[in-house]
Design a protein around this ligand. Sequence first.
Ligand SMILES: Cc1cc2nc3c(=O)[nH]c(=O)nc-3n(C[C@H](O)[C@H](O)[C@H](O)COP(=O)(O)OP(=O)(O)OC[C@H]3O[C@@H](n4cnc5c(N)ncnc54)[C@H](O)[C@@H]3O)c2cc1C
Length: 260
Amino acid sequence: MFTIKQHLMAQSIEEGYKTLMKNRNNVILGGTAFLRLGNKNINIGIDLSNLELDYIREDEKNIEIGPMTTFREIETNKILKENFDGIVAKSVEEIVGIQLRSVITAGATVASKYGFSDFITALLSLNTQVELYKGGVISLEEYLAVEKVPKDILVKIIIKKYGKRATFKTMRNSKSDYAILNCAVSNLDGEYRIAVGARPGRAVVKTINSDELIKNNKMTEKIEEMVDGMKFGTNMRASGEYRKMIAKVLIRRCVEELNN
Ligand SMILES: Cc1cc2nc3c(=O)[nH]c(=O)nc-3n(C[C@H](O)[C@H](O)[C@H](O)COP(=O)(O)OP(=O)(O)OC[C@H]3O[C@@H](n4cnc5c(N)ncnc54)[C@H](O)[C@@H]3O)c2cc1C
C-alpha cells in the first residue's frame, strides 16, 4: 500500500504543477486505483478533484474529455455512445467492475501510457490529441512514442470528430483480467486506422488505404503483412506468437464489421 505524507487539494492547475515540480516524490493523484497497488512513499499527493476537470463535452469539431473523468462516466456518456460507433465507451466497459470504473480516471490512464490499456487503443484508432499543461497539444501517437516525457500534468484529451466509423475488439483469458490483445479500427473516407494494444507493449497504430486493403481479395495478405511488422511479447497471459495470431483475427473481424 502506498503512503501519502501530505495531501494537497490544488486550487489551480498552476499550483498543482508547481508542487509537482518541487520534489520528485510529489505525485498527481487520479483515482489512485493503480497507485494503491504499489508501495510508493508519496511526499505530497496532489489532488485535482476541485478543479472541475471531470467533463465530457463536444463542439462542432471536437469531443473533449477532462483528466478527472472516470471510466464509468466514459462508459455511460451519451456523447461518447453517439460518436465513432460508441467505441470509446465500449473500450472501458469490460474493465473489472463498476466500482473500479467509478474511480479510475481518463487522465491518469493516458498519462501513464499503460501497454495493457483498452482505452488508449480505442483513442489511438481515432484522431486524438492530448493537452499537457506545459507541453501543449500533441497527437496521442506522438505522445506514446516518446519514451521519457518531462514531468507534466495531462489536462485534456481531445478527439477530432469527423464522421468516422469505428469498431473495438478485445480478447481476455477471463472476464475482468487484463486483455491479452486489443484492437480498434476506424475508417474515414477510405482510410483505415488500425490500433493494436496489449501486445503487451504500448499500443501502436498503422494506417492503410481502403483500396489497398480490400482490393483484389488481398485483405488477409495485407493484414498479415501489417501484423508481421508489429512487435509482440510474451508474458504470463500469452505468448508473442499467440498474440500475433489473435491480432490478425481481431483486425480482420474489425475491418469486416466496418465493411458491412
Ligand atoms: C485491479 C485493476 C485492474 C485493471 N484492469 C484494467 C484492464 O483490464 N484494462 C485497462 O485498460 N485498464 C485496467 N486497469 C487500469 C485502469 O484502467 C487505470 O488505467 C489505472 O487504474 C489508472 O487510473 P487511476 O485513476 O487509478 O490512476 P492513479 O493510480 O491515480 O495514477 C496513476 C499514475 O498516473 C499519474 N497521473 C494521474 N493523473 C494524472 C494527470 N492528470 N496527469 C499526469 N499524470 C497523472 C499518477 O501520478 C500516477 O503516476 C486496471 C486497474 C486496476 C487497479
